[in-house]
Design a protein around this ligand. Structure first.
Ligand code: GRF
Length: 236
């Protein structure tokens, strides 16, 4: 099977980007070549992660360019590198139609809420403020409206009464880190079909059993790396 060429766009900490690289390193996420990391922020921790993993990285600061001009430059790089799939992993800039159209149903975003609840910025603060009992994360295809594209995968996360932002954020990240690679694998395995804004998933031939078996290694590793308290009371 040929390798899918993936570009990751990230603006900050890069923990989702790192989790994708770990899934590739552990041979859990297969037939994916992470070609390049692009960041709009020269101080993004994601850039250090790229360096550590030997991944080519580009800083593309928008400066005084329009959003369209900036996205055109990104598109040029993606084309040069024959990128077929784009992952937005904590990318804080709004994507303009020029990029969206070129990567229709080939650009995935992660959002830390159960969409369509709490789209946009500060979704977890808003969820806490609202007092929801269940939050979670969503992976979806990117469309021109923010956080509104066809939903690929979601995972619920309980909200505890005593939760501060950091608690909910960390408890959710555990699942973000697992879900993004699963969605990417479904995508590159051609298991996803978008019809009238809805994604149907072909789990035939024990796809999910195979995935869960491979991902066990990552989950074991995660449990060593993360404070145990974030694994309490979660639904797996
Ligand atoms: C994550 O919570 C992601 O869902 C959101 O931004 C955050 C990025 O975190 N879109 P990281 O940079 O991947 O650590």
């Amino acid at each position: 099977m040929s390798e899918e060429k993936l570009a990751v766009l990230a603006s900050g900490r890069g923990s989702n980007f790192k989790a994708i690289l770990e899934h590739v390193d552990f041979n859990i996420l297969q037939n994916v070549e992470v070609e390049v990391l692009i960041s709009d922020n020269p101080n993004a921790k994601a850039l250090e992660i790229a360096e550590n993993f030997g991944i080519e990285n580009e800083v593309m600061v928008p400066d005084d360019k329009t959003r369209e001009e900036h996205d055109k430059e990104i598109l040029e790089i993606l084309r040069e590198k024959n990128i077929t799939t784009v992952a937005l992993a904590g990318y804080m800039k709004i994507i303009t139609p020029i990029l969206v159209k070129n990567f229709k149903n080939n650009m995935l975003n992660i959002h830390p809420s159960l969409l369509p609840s709490f789209p946009g910025l500060n979704s977890q603060e808003k969820a806490l403020e609202y007092g929801v009992k269940v939050s979670g994360c969503t992976i979806h295809y990117v469309t021109e409206e923010i956080d509104s594209g066809p939903i690929i995968l979601q995972h619920p996360v309980p909200v505890m009464e005593e939760d501060e932002f950091e608690d909910l954020s960390k408890r959710t990240l555990i699942f973000e880190h697992r879900l993004f690679s699963k969605a990417l694998q479904l995508h590159v395995d051609n298991r996803l079909t978008v019809n009238e804004g809805k994604v149907s998933i072909d789990y035939s031939k024990n796809w999910e059993e195979g995935w869960n078996e491979r991902q066990e290694k990552f989950i074991r590793y995660q449990k060593k790396e993360w404070d145990n308290k974030y694994f309490e009371k979660v639904w797996t």
